[in-house]
Design a protein around this ligand. Structure first.
Ligand SMILES: *[C@@H]1O[C@H](CO)[C@@H](O)[C@H](O)[C@H]1NC(C)=O
Ligand SMILES: *[C@@H]1O[C@H](CO)[C@@H](O)[C@H](O)[C@H]1NC(C)=O
Ligand SMILES: *[C@@H]1O[C@H](CO)[C@@H](O)[C@H](O)[C@H]1NC(C)=O
Length: 267
């Protein structure tokens, strides 16, 4: 008999606590919407009891990017060095090199110098294990009196300050560079062009360049041309566009040609 009463009591108690848990869930949902759903585990509901006395700090505002896409801009060093004075040698291998990963709007405008509170790390030690990849794939090509390590540093700090900071807090300083390298590694643009018979050292149709990349990636790139003082039209950069995400996915770039008035470009 005792045990029957005992199990009845336990049962009632258990039922009550389950009910209480359900009620508190409802209250949590109704009174404290958070941008990211929180797991409602045991420790969370016991935290709730404390929360009655000291209200928790408000949740951080959800991240709303003020731009539409990421644009990965890849420079063709041979053209860059016809128009600018480059340090030599250009870091091997001969390939398109990363200029930057740019938060952009589909209108072509770009937010710049965002989050002034975000400091630019002066100690690039934080880039540690990706430094080698950055040095060969995201180098500063421009000539200056600085040692290469300082030159590269200046480029990375500039790119973070001007562009990368607009991706914060989606990306931290280090994540910004890791993401740039990862997106760059998806495709070798020089190899894609070569497969379509487009080789460096001659004039090619800008339409053929876009078509070749579209054929292999399935998304439309943007190409930027530039002219030297003798008005030779160079293939200067190829840009690829991506969704705004921790793991950005390809999208079509909206404009295919920037500063490419004539069709024939020197590659
Ligand atoms: C608690 O809510 C769940 C659904 O959220 C329901 O399946 C369960 O029956 C409820 N328990 C009690 C004791 O009301
Ligand atoms: C980009 O577009 C967003 C709206 O989607 C707008 O708030 C922002 O000001 C635009 N940025 C620039 C630089 O035009
Ligand atoms: C990208 O552009 C191509 C060619 O114009 C088009 O067929 C395709 O539907 C576009 N893709 C997306 C996802 O809009």
């Amino acid at each position: 008999m005792k045990s029957i009463i005992l199990s009845f009591v336990v049962c009632v108690l258990f039922h009550c606590s389950v009910l209480a848990a359900n009620e508190s869930r409802i209250r949590v949902r109704a009174s404290a919407p958070t941008p990211f759903p929180q797991p409602l585990d045991e420790s969370y509901s016991s935290d709730l009891k404390k929360a009655k006395r000291t209200p928790p700090p408000p949740p951080p505002p959800p991240y709303i990017p003020n731009f539409d896409i990421f644009m990965l801009s890849e420079t063709w060093p041979a053209a860059f060095c016809k128009i600018n004075t480059c340090a030599s040698p250009i870091p091997a291998p001969i390939k398109f090199k990363i200029h930057g990963l740019w938060p952009s709007n589909i209108t072509g405008q770009q937010p710049e110098q965002c989050s002034p509170g975000i400091t630019v790390p002066t100690d690039i030690g934080i880039l540690g294990s990706i430094l080698n990849k950055l040095n060969s794939n995201w180098p500063s090509l421009i000539d200056s009196k600085d040692l290469i390590v300082i030159r590269n540093n200046k480029l990375w700090q500039h790119e973070w300050k001007k562009h990368g900071s607009c991706s914060y807090p989606l990306f931290t300083f280090r994540e910004y560079f890791e993401t740039g390298l990862n997106l760059y590694a998806k495709h070798d643009l020089m190899a894609i062009l070569a497969r379509e018979g487009i080789k460096p050292g001659k004039f090619v149709s800008k339409v053929d360049i876009v078509d070749a990349i579209y054929k292999h990636i399935n998304f439309k790139p943007q190409i930027r041309c530039a002219q030297d003082t003798r008005n030779t039209n160079y293939l200067y950069e190829i840009r690829l566009c991506f969704t705004v995400s921790k793991t950005p996915q390809y999208v079509n770039c909206t404009a295919q040609y920037i500063n490419c008035a004539i069709d024939q470009v020197y590659y």
